[in-house]
Design a protein around this ligand. Structure first.
Ligand code: SAH
Ligand code: SF4
Ligand code: F3S
Length: 461
């Protein structure tokens, strides 16, 4: 009998990738996705620990799920509740203590063992009413999970994520990722190519390579000896029949090398949009963050990239109110933003994370200062994003149509610059790359009209 599986994913794109893999792992056990917690046989919260707010959400969601589990228990049925992802990794025992009705806690590196954990939970009749009765599996495995994942099924969308790396060794002083995802590991090239070919065969046109530091990728070469960097990997992926677009996230300014630069120059498939986080425009703060690069080096990397790929537009992440950030340091960030001129960017208030060096720094910035700086930075970034979108009005660009939009008859796609593009289309065009002329620009999306010749499309179908 088919069992119902509800998964909620928080956090970064790596968690989205992991979500699809968990669906693949649980399918042979008879679980299929449901969009409701009520009545589900298994509920997984795939969590994020990056900022305090993300973590708090997990506990409030657990509180909301509990009555649904109680209802099932009252009917002599069960609902397994699992907390996966980075909060599971960082706070496993704490979750078990605070929410003893949670059956299973696992981390981003252990979800391939879910079937064993479920079997164990079933033996325990799935009723861990006492703290410590639940199943906790957060030990980093000796063998990376990638080797034990089933053949890819879920997530073969027109644009699909492909994880090429796990973990991080950079230890920025604000960040939990090295603790929640463990040491950096690059998947061997051969297994990535195999997954990419599977996705392409299932109709994926755009591959979005994922890792916390993909520019530091160094996977085993297909020959078995030596290693390849990201640039070589991208070149090989571009050769795969059906792969028309390539993107990668996230990269670190410190290891953008010549090989990667030349990939941007030579590969038309590599899209002209790059998310390259800098966090702060102040060298003093960058040093305190242990980023190991200056704002000048970042500017140089961007200039070098735009020299070889003049249409490349930039995106970044920023943190305001890192300990010790002065008004002048913050002004340096604003100046950097004015100079680079971003097409899009994310910005956050610094959130002290337990166990990271930043959390115990003595010169924490008051909340109201953080709020004020974030508002100022976001006003500037939003203005730049709108201006970028407006600059594309009248342009004709290729748009990969990914899914239906909210309004009937409208579809949502992505431009090469990662803009959300809304067009009127027919279902037949889903998953296809069409030519669209941008007619209107909003802050978060643009609208376009399809100008692709229908006969041309019929021939290419
Ligand atoms: N690996 C990526 C980023 C991973 S986390 C990189 O090196 O850039 C995603 C973003 O969350 C970071 O770029 C940072 O801007 C933000 N972030 C991470 N830790 C944070 C914290 N403690 N407080 C606020 N924002 C944080
Ligand atoms: Fe976190 Fe820094 Fe690693 Fe990015 S590079 S994941 S910000 S420690
Ligand atoms: Fe969050 Fe973990 Fe990603 S902490 S941002 S889900 S790596």
């Amino acid at each position: 009998m088919s069992k119902k599986l509800f998964i909620k994913t928080y956090g970064c794109q790596m968690n989205v990738y992991d979500y699809d893999r968990m669906v693949d792992i649980l399918a042979p056990l008879g679980y299929s996705l449901s969009d409701k917690v009520e009545g589900a046989d298994m509920v997984i919260l795939n969590t994020c620990h990056i900022r305090e707010k993300a973590e708090e959400k997990v506990y409030s969601d657990l509180g909301r799920i509990k009555p649904f589990k109680q209802k099932k228990l009252a009917q002599d049925e069960n609902m397994f509740i699992a907390v996966a992802g980075c909060v599971g990794q960082a706070e496993g025992a704490e979750i078990m203590r605070r929410a003893p009705y949670v059956d299973i806690v696992l981390g981003p590196q252990t979800y391939h063992r879910l079937p064993e954990m479920i079997a164990q939970a079933e033996r325990a009749k799935g009723r861990p009413t006492q703290p410590g009765r639940g199943i906790l599996d957060v030990d980093f495995p000796a063998e990376p999970k990638f080797d034990s994942l089933p053949k890819i099924q879920a997530g073969a969308n027109p644009a699909a994520f492909l994880s090429i790396q796990e973990g991080c060794d950079k230890f920025c002083t604000f960040c939990v990722v090295p603790y929640t995802r463990g040491a950096e590991y690059s998947r061997p090239v051969a297994t990535i190519l195999e997954e990419a070919r599977q996705l392409a065969e299932m109709g994926t046109k755009e591959l979005h390579l994922l890792g916390q530091n993909v520019s530091a990728y160094h996977g085993q070469a297909p020959s078995g000896s030596g290693e390849w960097g990201l640039g070589s990997l991208l070149r090989e992926l571009a050769e795969i029949q059906g792969v028309e677009r390539l993107r990668y996230t996230t990269s670190h300014p410190r290891d953008m090398d010549d090989e990667l630069l030349s990939a941007h120059r030579d590969l038309p498939q590599l899209m002209p949009y790059l998310h390259l986080p800098i966090q702060s425009g102040s060298d003093r703060i960058l040093e305190a963050m242990n980023r190991k690069h200056s704002s000048e080096q970042y500017r140089q990397v961007v200039a070098d990239l735009q020299k070889v790929r003049p249409d490349l537009v930039m995106s970044s992440d920023f943190i305001v109110g890192f300990p010790g950030e002065t008004d002048q340091n913050f002004e340096d960030t604003l100046q950097l933003v004015r100079d680079i001129n971003y097409a899009q960017a994310y910005s956050f208030k610094y959130s002290p994370r337990p166990g990271t060096p930043g959390a115990t720094m003595i010169n924490q910035v008051p909340e109201e200062v953080k709020v004020e700086r974030l508002a100022q930075l976001q006003t500037l970034l939003n203005k730049q994003q709108l201006e970028f979108n407006q600059s594309t009005v009248g342009q004709t660009m290729e748009v990969l149509l990914e899914k239906p939009a909210k309004q009937p008859g409208q579809y949502l796609g992505r431009s090469p610059y990662m803009q959300s593009v809304i067009v009127k289309a027919t279902p037949r065009l889903l998953g296809k790359i069409i030519q669209a002329k941008v007619t209107y620009a909003g802050a978060n999306s643009v609208q376009g009209e399809i100008i692709t010749d229908e006969t041309e499309l019929a021939l290419s179908a």
